[in-house]
Design a protein around this ligand. Structure first.
Ligand code: HEC
Ligand code: HEC
Length: 242
C-alpha cells in the first residue's frame, strides 16, 4: 500500500513538473518564436527595422527624402532604388544594406522592400502630362546661371543666399551640404518635401514649372557652397555659415 502511494505521488509530481515547463518564464508561446533575421520577408517589419528611422515610419516625415511620395516614385526607377538600397550612398548616412556590399539584407529582402515601396506608394499616372525633369542630371550645371535661378524660384522661402528665411530653412550651410550628395539636392529640388510643405519643381513659382536646365543649374549653385572640410572655420572662404 505504502509503495503504491509513493508511486502515485511521484507520478503526480512528474505531471506537474512537465506541465509547469510549458509556461516557464521567458519561453515564447507556441508559434511566436522569432524568425532568423535573414528569413524575415514581411515588408512592414523590414521597413520599420531598417528604414523608418531616417525615412519616417510610413515612408514620410523623417529627416531623409520621403520614400512614400508618389511624385518621387514616378521620377526614380526601380533599378536606381535597388542599387541605392544595396550599395548605399557613400559619404552619407545612407548605408549599404545588401549582403553583397557588407550589409545585413539578402537580395530577396531588398526585392521585397523595393517592390513593396512601389506597389504601396506609387500612383499610376500621377505625372501624366507633366513632362517631368530627369531623375539624374544629364549635363554639368552652371553655378552662375544657377544663382539667378535661385533668386527667381527659391529665395522667397529659403532667404538670401540660401541662408534660410521665414518659410524655409538654410540650404547652403556647411553641415547641411556635407551630409547630402548633389543627387539628393536634385531630388529635393524636383520632388520637394510634401510632408513638410516644400513645393515640387512645378510649384516653386506660381505660373510656371522649372526647366530641367534650371534644376541642374540651381543644384550646381547650391553645391558651389560646399567646403572641403566642413565643420572647420575658414574665415577667408567667405562662407562662415555653420
Ligand atoms: C514656398 C516655399 C518654398 C520654395 C519656393 C522652395 N522651397 Fe525648398 N523647402 C521649403 C520647405 C518648407 C522645406 C522643408 C522644411 C525646411 O527644410 O525648411 C524645403 C526643403 C528644401 C530642401 C531640403 C532641406 C532639408 O532640410 O532636407 C531643399 C534642398 C530645398 N528645399 C531646395 C529648394 C530649392 C532649390 C528651391 C528653388 C528651386 C526651393 N527649395 C524652393 C519651402 C520652399
Ligand atoms: C541612417 C539614416 C538612413 C537609413 C536608416 C536609411 N536611409 Fe535611405 N537615405 C538616407 C539619406 C541621408 C539619403 C540621402 C543621401 C544622399 O545625399 O544622396 C538617403 C537616400 C535614399 C534613397 C535615394 C533618394 C534619392 O534621391 O533618390 C533611397 C531610395 C533610400 N534612401 C532608401 C532607403 C531604404 C529602402 C532604407 C531601408 C532599407 C533606407 N533608405 C535607410 C538616410 C537613411
Amino acid at each position: 500500500m505504502k509503495a503504491t502511494a509513493h508511486i502515485l505521488l511521484a507520478f503526480a509530481a512528474g505531471v506537474l513538473w512537465f506541465s509547469g515547463c510549458d509556461s516557464a518564464p521567458g519561453r515564447p508561446a507556441t508559434g511566436a518564436e522569432s524568425l532568423p533575421p535573414e528569413e524575415i520577408l514581411d515588408f512592414n517589419v523590414l521597413f520599420a527595422t531598417n528604414c523608418s528611422g531616417c525615412h519616417g515610419s510610413d515612408g514620410h516625415g523623417g529627416a531623409a527624402v520621403a520614400l512614400s511620395d508618389p511624385v518621387y516614385l514616378a521620377i526614380v526607377d526601380e533599378d536606381t532604388l535597388r542599387k541605392v538600397v544595396t550599395y548605399g550612398i557613400p559619404g552619407t548616412s545612407m548605408a549599404a544594406f545588401g549582403q553583397s556590399a557588407g550589409g545585413m539584407l539578402t537580395a530577396k529582402q531588398i526585392d521585397v522592400l523595393v517592390t513593396q515601396i512601389r506597389a504601396r506608394w506609387s500612383k499610376l499616372g500621377i505625372l501624366d502630362g507633366a513632362n517631368p525633369p530627369s531623375y539624374a542630371a544629364r549635363f554639368p550645371g552652371d553655378a552662375a546661371r544657377g544663382e539667378a535661378v535661385y533668386k527667381t524660384f527659391c529665395q522667397s522661402c529659403h532667404g538670401p543666399d540660401g541662408r534660410g528665411g521665414p518659410k524655409g530653412s538654410s540650404i547652403t550651410g556647411n553641415s547641411f551640404l556635407a551630409l547630402l550628395t548633389d543627387q539628393e539636392l536634385r531630388t529635393m529640388t524636383i520632388v520637394g518635401r510634401p510632408d513638410r510643405n516644400a513645393p515640387d519643381w512645378r510649384n516653386d513659382l506660381p505660373g510656371r514649372p522649372m526647366s530641367d536646365q534650371e534644376i541642374t543649374d540651381v543644384v550646381a549653385w547650391l553645391a558651389s557652397h560646399r567646403v572641403s572640410t566642413p565643420g572647420q572655420p575658414y574665415p577667408a572662404s567667405g562662407n562662415s555659415q555653420p
